[in-house]
Design a protein around this ligand. Structure first.
Ligand code: ADP
Ligand code: MG
Length: 391
């Protein structure tokens, strides 16, 4: 996705006011009726309509008139809201090149006034798997905010909370700097994704380090769940940093052992293929862990602390309910051994838009919402002392 931040400079206060109004309307509407946007933004003299046109031109909004005249935020529109907020907070002042395209994120370099370069991860939960969201429609129907917007925000919040907690427990993770909406700012990892590394000086030591992290995570009550060569960074001195945390689960999860074994298996497979490390096990034989205790840790024999998630993470702003919400979605993620993965790829963009019985009763937005909106607006647009949302 292209992120032309130059547009940011040309957007006025009114532009952001209307953009924020659409965001607010999306709490109850997948497509926000124009009248509602106008009502929330309450610009003088029909100003909203002109602004909407401008936002549409810059692709910050998507227009949908199929059922009624309305708009929704695009990813870009949501990006701009988050970026603007962070810039106002003084977290960074410029956005640079894109350094990563994950399955469900875009990663850019950003720099602050001192020239410190950091990484900005924009979560795009649902980009590759709107079908998965759709398959949860029954659940969604009663919660229209359970959309890509909500999910991406949850993913960011969770990632931020986990990164912080893990860092505090001495795990090699990026430094969690800040979080807003679907956007996480963290320190830039020096090094490369492990998948790019063709040779190691000490493959055994690196392997031990990496497996050691999986074990130590479990001892802390956690499983990474996507622990592979794409989510491990390594530098020239063969130091390891772990990234990418939105899918982590507790060791008390009902599929914990399976997730744990999968993480371990991924690493073993990669090391045997890429670095010819030999293991006593045959990696493609699923119940081959019998004689291989020396290299392959067993879930059952790890002394696990429980409650890490509940205690520490809820303290850091990520509630049990949010954890449940995101888990419901992530379990269905393509790539997590689920059926029906390949079909309908091209539908993904469309499905954001189609929601059968979308409720567009504008009366849902009440006075206190409007009040919240006003403070949200001032937070997004012109404050200098904004209250942090997730730190
Ligand atoms: P996804 O959840 O979409 O897989 P990741 O967090 O794994 O996203 O990031 C995707 C890629 O972006 C990584 O493989 C890595 O190359 C790069 N990346 C992510 N975070 C950082 C960081 N803090 N520093 C440097 N590169 C990063
Ligand atoms: Mg990743």
């Amino acid at each position: 996705m292209k992120l032309d931040v130059n547009v940011l400079r040309y957007l006025s206060k009114d532009d952001f006011r209307v953009l924020t109004a659409v965001e607010m309307g999306m709490r109850n509407h997948e497509i926000v009726p124009v009248e509602l946007i106008d009502r929330i933004a309450s610009l003088r003299h029909g100003g909203t309509y002109k602004v909407l046109k401008n936002l549409l031109k810059h692709k910050l909004l998507h227009h949908d008139a199929s059922k009624y005249d309305g708009f929704r935020l695009t990813y870009l529109g949501y990006d701009f809201l988050a970026i603007k907020t962070m810039v106002n907070r003084g977290v960074f002042s410029s956005v640079g090149r894109q350094i990563g395209v994950g399955k469900e994120s875009d990663i850019f370099e950003v720099a602050n006034e001192d020239g410190t370069i950091m990484a900005m991860k924009l979560h795009r939960l649902g980009r590759t798997s709107f079908r998965a969201v759709k398959s949860k429609r029954d659940y969604l129907r009663h919660r229209s905010s359970f959309s890509w917007l909500y999910l991406s925000r949850l993913a960011a919040l969770k990632e931020f909370a986990f990164m912080k907690a893990l860092q505090e427990h001495g795990f090699p993770v990026p430094n969690a700097v800040d979080c807003n909406r679907h956007c996480v700012i963290m320190s830039l990892v020096q090094g490369y994704p492990f998948v790019q590394v063709k040779q190691l000086q000490n493959p055994d030591i690196v392997f031990e380090k990496i497996i050691g992290i999986v074990v130590r995570l479990a001892e802390h009550g956690l499983i990474h769940c996507d622990f592979n060569e794409f989510n491990i960074m390594i530098d020239d001195d063969e130091n390891i940093t772990i990234i990418d945390f939105p899918q982590m689960v507790s060791v008390s999860h009902r599929n914990a052992e399976m997730y744990f074994d999968r993480d371990v298996e991924c690493i073993i497979k990669f090391f045997s293929k890429r670095f010819n490390l030999s293991f006593e096990t045959n990696a493609d034989d699923s119940d081959s862990d019998a004689e291989s205790d020396t290299v392959k840790p067993r879930f059952s024999s790890i002394k696990k602390a429980s409650g890490f998630l509940d205690k520490e993470l809820s303290a850091s702003g990520f509630s049990k309910k949010e954890q449940d919400d995101i888990e419901k979605f992530i379990e269905k993620k393509p790539g997590s051994d689920d059926e029906e993965e390949e079909e309908e790829e091209e539908e993904e963009e469309e499905e954001i838009e189609d929601d059968e019985d979308e409720d567009h009763d504008s009366s849902k937005l009440n006075a206190s919402d409007i009040q919240k909106f006003d403070s949200l607006c001032s937070l997004t647009m012109d404050d200098d002392h904004e209250q942090p949302e997730a730190s």
